[in-house]
Design a binder for this molecule. Structure first.
Ligand code: NDP
Length: 317
């Protein structure tokens, strides 16, 4: 890395979801003069959802885009330096830590808050794009409410899919769980709950090959026992199609330095945003395989900024 023209900052935040912006609000108010890079998807995952009704403080709900714009403005109001750019490389071997932006500019920072989020996996069908925001979702907790008394399908056989199916079963009239294998990968307790819920139908050995509908999702084209001699095409009528086939945490460029679990989620000291690198913190979905909510991400962003402030005062910077 070229170190001749490096910019030096006290607090660098990577990512612009609820975790990153909340960290920026707290870090600005603590006079850390934070610099925040927005990353690949400014505003994060919430900008891909429609209405957000579970973020406290919005009794009438708010769109994901408006919520993120409000958080951004709030961070800017206290002086956070919000920039367009993507972190492409890191060197966290020793402080000050070096982060390369867009493959060119190198920022040296005393503290780093990683809030790069996680990206929901999709099947890769063109119809997922076609019906984005029109019946296709990767977050039942965010969008399930719009399917009260309707028929929905969840794809996946892991704990997330079971959890999403159970959540939706309390709202929707009927839930299909589309599982590609002849068994569920989820924990036994989750499997039992799903199998004992009357309005959940598990479609084992089914793959989705497309969606159909005029102005939104009206159904899915499935194939039972795909590739086998007795393969069979099946269409189901649904109003909503939920993906729950896992998330990919955006932790790749930090992996050589911080500890991650087998999926790639950054491991932190339990109950804190501290990574194993002093002064480097992880907040939001990149470090959270369990809750993945806007409000929990915001809370951990707050905690990361408070820890960054404490760390700087401990090292006298
Ligand atoms: P998992 O990786 O555990 O499961 C993903 C599921 O999606 C699998 O059933 C997999 O099928 C299926 N899948 C993947 N790709 C495709 C595809 N292209 N087409 C069809 N199906 C596909 O992810 P989860 O998000 O469920 O869980 C991640 C981790 O978080 C796990 O360790 C889980 O235990 C944990 N978790 C725990 C919870 C809890 O304890 N309450 C709640 C949620 C998550 P296949 O089995 O065939 O590979």
């Amino acid at each position: 890395m070229n170190t001749t023209q490096n910019e030096k900052v006290r607090c660098l935040i990577i990512g612009s979801g609820p975790a990153g912006y909340t960290a920026a609000i707290y870090a600005s108010r603590a006079n850390l003069s934070p610099v925040l890079y927005e990353g690949i998807q400014p505003g994060g995952q919430l900008t891909t959802t429609t209405e957000v009704e579970n973020f406290p403080g919005y009794p009438e709900g708010v769109t994901g885009t408006e919520l993120m714009e409000d958080l951004r403005k709030q961070a800017a109001r206290f002086g956070a330096d919000i920039r367009v750019g993507i972190a492409t490389e890191t060197d966290l071997s020793a402080a000050p830590y070096k982060v390369t932006i867009d493959g060119e500019k190198v920022i040296e920072t005393e503290t780093l808050i990683i809030s790069t989020g996680a990206t929901a996996k999709y099947l890769g069908l063109p119809d997922e794009q076609k019906y984005a925001g029109m019946g296709v979702s990767a977050c039942a907790t965010c969008d399930g409410f719009f399917y009260r008394k309707k028929v929905v399908a969840v794809v996946g056989g892991g704990d997330t899919a079971c959890e999403e199916a159970l959540y939706l079963s309390s709202l929707a009239k009927q839930v299909y769980l589309i599982v590609r294998k002849p068994y569920l990968r989820a924990s036994k307790v989750m499997q039992e709950r799903v199998l004992n819920t009357p309005n959940i139908t598990v479609l084992f050995e089914h793959n989705t090959i497309g969606l159909f509908g005029e102005d939104g999702v009206e159904g899915a084209h499935l194939v039972k026992r795909m590739g086998e001699p007795d393969e069979e095409k099946v269409d189901i009528a649904i109003d909503g199609f939920f993906l729950a086939i896992g998330h990919t945490p955006n932790s790749k460029i930090f992996k050589p330095w911080v500890e991650t679990d087998e999926v790639g989620y950054i491991k932190t000291v339990p109950g804190t945003p501290k990574t194993r690198v002093p002064g480097v913190f992880a907040a939001g979905d990149v470090a959270d395989p369990h809750y993945r909510q806007a409000i929990t991400a915001a809370g951990s962003g707050c905690a990361a900024a408070i820890e960054a402030e404490r760390y700087l005062s401990e090292i006298g910077k």
